[in-house]
Design a protein. Structure first.
Length: 212
C-alpha cells in the first residue's frame, strides 16, 4: 500500500451535496463556508473547536461513572422492592440463554459510550497540554469505528418504554443513575457537535512540528 502525498499541502473540500471541490481558505473562528455552486454548508469553523468538546467529554465521563454508582430503576410490587443498576440488564441476559443479546447490550450501553469518551479525551487532552497524543491516527480511526456502536440514547428510550409499560403492574421509580445517564448522552452529543476536525488536525500538525 502506498501513501499519497499532498504535494501542495493545500486542503481541498468536497461539497457534500454536489461534490464540487473547493480550496480550503484561511478561516477565523465562527466562520461558515458555503458551496459556491449549490450553497450547501461545507464546514463550520467552531469557536473553541477543541476546548469545548474536551470539556463536554470530561463532563460525560464523570456522568458515566455516576450513572454506574446509583440505581437506574426501582420496582416495587406486593411489598417486594427490586433495585436495578445500569449493568444489571446486560448481566441478566448474560446469565440466561440470551447471552449474545447481553453482549450487545453491554457494548452498546456501556462499553462503546465509555470508549468514545476515552478516545475523545485521549486525543484532546494532550493537544490542550501541547503534547502529541499516543497513536493519534489510531485513536481517531477507532473513535469513528466505535461511535456507531454507542447507542446509549436508544437504551434510554428502552428504559423509558419499560418505565411506562411496567407502571401498570408495579410501582416504578427512576433512580439517580437514569438522570446521570441522560446527562452523559447529552454531553457526548455536545462533544461531537462542538468538535472541529480541521482544527484537530491543524493542532496535531502544530504539536508535532514543535517536537521536531
Ligand atoms: Zn455544492
Amino acid at each position: 500500500m502506498k501513501k499519497i502525498r499532498n504535494e501542495t499541502q493545500k486542503a481541498l473540500i468536497a461539497c457534500p451535496e454536489c461534490d464540487l471541490l473547493h480550496a480550503a481558505p484561511e478561516l477565523d473562528s465562527g466562520d461558515i463556508g458555503r458551496c459556491c455552486r449549490c450553497d450547501a454548508i461545507l464546514f463550520r469553523h467552531q469557536l473553541n473547536g477543541l476546548n469545548r468538546p474536551l470539556a463536554f467529554a470530561a463532563t460525560g465521563l464523570i456522568f458515566f461513572f455516576l450513572a454506574n454508582l446509583f440505581p437506574i430503576l426501582i420496582f416495587e410490587m406486593n411489598g417486594n422492592m427490586q433495585v436495578n443498576r445500569l449493568i444489571d440488564g446486560a448481566v441478566e441476559f448474560l446469565d440466561s440463554s440470551y447471552w449474545m443479546l447481553g453482549i450487545l447490550v453491554l457494548i452498546s450501553s456501556a462499553l462503546a459510550p465509555l470508549l468514545v469518551l476515552l478516545f475523545l479525551i485521549g486525543i484532546l487532552l494532550p493537544l490542550k497540554l501541547g503534547v502529541t497524543p499516543l497513536w493519534p491516527e489510531t485513536q481517531i480511526r477507532m473513535l469513528e469505528h466505535v461511535r456507531p456502536w454507542a447507542m446509549a440514547e436508544i437504551f434510554v428510550l428502552g428504559i423509558m418504554v419499560a418505565f411506562v409499560k411496567l407502571g401498570d403492574f408495579a410501582e416504578v421509580n427512576i433512580g439517580l443513575s437514569m438522570i446521570a445517564f441522560m446527562c452523559m448522552v447529552a454531553a457526548t452529543v455536545m462533544a461531537y457537535i462542538s468538535l472541529d476536525q480541521d482544527i484537530l488536525w491543524e493542532r496535531l500538525a502544530l504539536v508535532r512540528g514543535q517536537k521536531r
